[in-house]
Design a protein around this ligand. Structure first.
Ligand code: ADP
Ligand code: MG
Length: 237
């Protein structure tokens, strides 16, 4: 195996008297896609913040940092007064790389919308902008926190396929939080099932299927049954 992009052990992460995470070991290989599946409040977002270096107050060991990371959240969090183009290049003060922004707009399927304001976009289009903004900084890892929870089921499938294409094309790793078992299995090389607080990783499911995948693949259905059983055992569902 190659050098991991990220290798972190969180022995304990607490907020005050509440222990949220305990004995979580997370490693990510280059170009790997990993999903975190678990109940609300179990510490998934906290774990992403730790990986991003935004949360340093924990007991544990960072063996290998994630390098350049970018976030995509459930809400696109666009600046309403900026155009699509400006929202994507916003990370720079003032000037931004227009050619790179134009390429990203193209890649996320929004050609012709560079000068549009966020209010002119559908939810799915706004989330495409958020993904392009994430890619702008050329991250090695894209951290996605329930990125498609607010869009309808069909739009969601299209965004999942777009995300896979972009990750492949740009050679980046994905670390994704979702409550959707199908989404986790369809997108990921590994799915980590977490339990209730204080949380650790209960089960790791390896999805040994090449891309592009077929959503109807019987292996995905079998893995879904395993994941649901584990979520039930953990009293998540
Ligand atoms: N900054 C914070 N201060 C205090 N408690 C927090 C803070 N951030 C998260 N928590 C608590 O930690 C737990 C895990 O939160 P979070 O990581 O957001 O869970 P998840 O994303 O799995 O729903 C929750 O009980 C939450 O209330
Ligand atoms: Mg969360």
């Amino acid at each position: 195996m190659s050098e991991p992009l990220l290798d972190i052990r969180v022995e304990r992460k607490s907020f005050g008297a509440t222990t949220v995470l305990t004995h979580v070991h997370l490693a990510l290989q280059p170009r790997e896609a990993v999903s975190l599946l678990g109940p609300s409040g179990c510490g998934k977002s906290t774990l992403l913040r730790i990986v991003a270096g935004l949360e340093n107050d924990y007991q544990g060991e960072l063996l290998q940092g994630a390098g350049e990371v970018a976030f995509v959240f459930q809400e696109p969090r666009l600046m309403p007064w900026l155009t699509v183009e400006q929202n994507i290049g916003f990370s720079d003060d003032g000037g931004y790389d227009r050619a790179w922004v134009a390429q990203l707009i193209d890649e996320v399927g929004l050609s012709g919308f560079g000068q549009a304001l966020p209010k002119a976009l559908s939810g799915g289009m706004a989330q495409r902008v958020a993904i392009a903004r994430g890619l702008y900084s050329r991250p090695q890892v894209l951290l996605l926190d329930e990125p498609f929870s607010a869009v309808d089921a069909f739009t969601r499938m299209k965004l999942q396929d777009l995300l896979l294409q972009l990750a492949e094309h740009h050679g980046i790793a994905l670390l994704l939080v979702t409550h959707d078992v199908d989404e986790a299995l369809y997108l990921s090389d590994r799915v980590l099932v977490m339990d209730n607080r204080p949380s650790s990783i209960r089960q790791e499911l390896a999805v040994g299927l090449a891309h592009p995948r077929d959503r109807r693949d019987p292996l995905l259905a079998r893995l879904k049954a395993l994941a649901l059983t584990e979520l039930q055992r953990a009293h998540v569902i």
